[in-house]
Design a protein around this ligand. Structure first.
Ligand code: FES
Length: 58
């Protein structure tokens, strides 16, 4: 399942990187070699960070 359609970022790839990245959603996108385009996915991405307990989402 894609988290970000614009960049074809899969939710599982985002979730895998989130605990080791230590940044916010945009930082994780950068680690994956992308940057937000339409930005419609960022709320969901931040929700995933919060669910995972990542400090940057607070
Ligand atoms: S869906 Fe992620 S930037 Fe557009």
């Amino acid at each position: 399942m894609y988290l970000c359609i614009c960049n074809a970022i899969r939710e599982k790839d985002f979730r895998a990187l989130a605990p080791v990245c230590g940044g916010d959603a945009e930082a994780i996108y950068r680690e994956l070699g992308h940057q937000p385009q339409c930005r419609q996915c960022l709320d969901e991405a931040e929700d995933i960070l919060a669910e995972l307990g990542c400090a940057a989402a607070a």
